[in-house]
Design a protein around this ligand. Sequence first.
Ligand SMILES: Cc1ncc(C[n+]2csc(CCOP(=O)(O)OP(=O)(O)O)c2C)c(N)n1
Length: 679
Amino acid sequence: MMHFDRKGLTDAELIAIYRQLLLPRMIEEKMLILLRQGRISKWFSGIGQEAISVGATLAMRSDEWIMPLHRNLGVFTVRGMSLEKLFLQWQGRSGGFSKGRERSFHFGSMEHHVCGMISHLGPQLAVADGAALACKLRNQPRASLTFTGDGGTSEGDFHEALNVAAVWDLPVIFIIENNGYGLSTPVSEQYRCERLVDRARGYGMEGVRIDGNNILTVLDTIRGVRDYCIRNKKPYLIECTTFRMRGHEEASGTHYVPPHLFEEWAKKDPVANYEQFLLRTGVMDDEAMASIRDEFSAYIDTSVKAGLAPEKIAVNQKAELHDVYAPFTPARAVATPSESQDRPRRFPKPSAIAVAPVRDPIRFVDAIREGLTEAMLQHPELVLMGQDIAGYGGAFKVTDGLMDRFGADRVRNTPLCESAIIGTALGLSLEGIKSMVEMQFADFVTSGFNQIVNNLAKLHYRWGQSADVVVRMPTGAGVGAGPFHSQSNEAWFTHTPGLKVVYPSTPEDAKGLLLASFEDPNPVMFFEHKALYRSISGTVPEGYYTVPIGQARQVCTGHDLSIITYGLGVIWAEEYAKTHPSVSLDIVDLRTLLPWDTEAVEVSVRRTGRVLVLHEDTLTGGFGGEIAAWIGEHCFRWLDAPVMRCASLDSPVPFAHELEDVFLAKHRLHSTITTLMAF
Ligand SMILES: Cc1ncc(C[n+]2csc(CCOP(=O)(O)OP(=O)(O)O)c2C)c(N)n1
């Protein structure tokens, strides 16, 4: 017999808890019937685990973020989501939470403070860090709560998220639902420690293991833990023991589970045991329970009827593309003198546009620092995060002095964990806080790749929430830094709908585009060529101004040959123009790659009829292929020669200067131009 401690809860409260616990069970039972009838296609059952989702959600305030996974139906029902809309969601209908774009529980709802999972499971954990950081920075008494299965604890994301929450003292409640199995993998093949909660100590946080099938234990524990997290501004790990009474998903079966485990755990069923407690203590009788069941049956039947009504989605191609990005109208691109005080500023009215005073040229790196400074003034909650960016000023000293000016809360050193920090940035964004993440080198973005391309990039399309994050990427070769400190990896991101990719080549553009990137609510990958940081200077307006994303810059006009390029390629092209005045070059600096300025390219092609696409990235699959294909498709009639590409060798970036020189596209620039001109 399961022991329940009511701890002062009134009868009415106990009954209210019963209703919350019963509803997801009854919905699940209905889903299983519908599955057998072939009326729905897939279902991830949480039968037997309901007390965890329900107890956890009841313990949190409704404005606190919860990051659920695929077995947490109780989160959605306790937060009061319409069951009809849930059915539409599960059926992939347009009236669901994701307009038919996402399956099962892979959606979120701002209104309900529920963040949608991605299939990769672990990324949810760090998003909770970000939501909690927002509460902490605003000094609000709120926590966030996130789930993982026992299988998910083996992901690097689990380690990173717990470590960040511990190091930054964030009020996050991490819940492990230890249900005995991953997909089919038993816990004996998942981890070696005796209890998963023992890991809490390793991260320097408190933890507890509880019976996850006892709704009152779960509720009481998490209520207490929530108070602790908010009072002490600390995270907490809770391991809930439970059991998965059905297969990973319904079609996959349970043949790998020894039958005696089902028998043992059936006796610990969270709903049946709670019912017995309520009957035993006279809080409810059979009749009262039956009446609630009848009420829920009717509610579920009505919702199923509406939710399963045949409806074909009227596909609107334009809307599909439109929803990939959060709508955004850039403010006017203006320059205004800097204000002396660190306070939020509004955009000047057009009439207030001031002509920037003339001043000496500044270096590329200084322009970016100015951009960051202006952004910090413009967006008073903006948070900068990155390895060694605070007191040390970053590997390239881009953020030098910013912590002294804006404080350690807003300019944050991070542990070495790209994935968790990008997830944290997403969590901040849920709370309406903009952030920047500096990659120490663009190469290291691989360790945060999943969060960028799967979470940040797809978020708006999936459930309408934007990821207001700028990822700064010190990129490129030419400095003898070898294969892992030199890569050009912009093409990884130009291939990902939902991201914007920006790549300036002048100090003025760097500052203006950076400020535009911070204004834009979408995730922006901001590439900065590190060889340019201290090698080029230019005149840069003082104060706040933006350069619009998506517009190319005509570097110079000519009539012999167009060079379409960006980043270091612009510098190479300019040098070539200077040293080879006999060729009249028309140079276009794209400045942004996603979206990119096809119009400017067309104008240039029409002027010259000969096009060279130049970039530092390697040839195969580089962004130049996209540009060349577009020109072939849209500008064929103006071409006098095939579009040619000049790119770096299809090899890793070598270390030795002799090798690197030959690797780089610049080495082949003259020969390619000569071939193209001779065509
Ligand atoms: C990164 C990643 N690898 C593999 C999978 C496939 N997968 C989906 S659920 C699952 C098991 C998860 O087990 P656990 O975390 O214990 O949660 P449970 O399903 O038992 O609730 C696996 C391997 C995945 N979704 N994501």
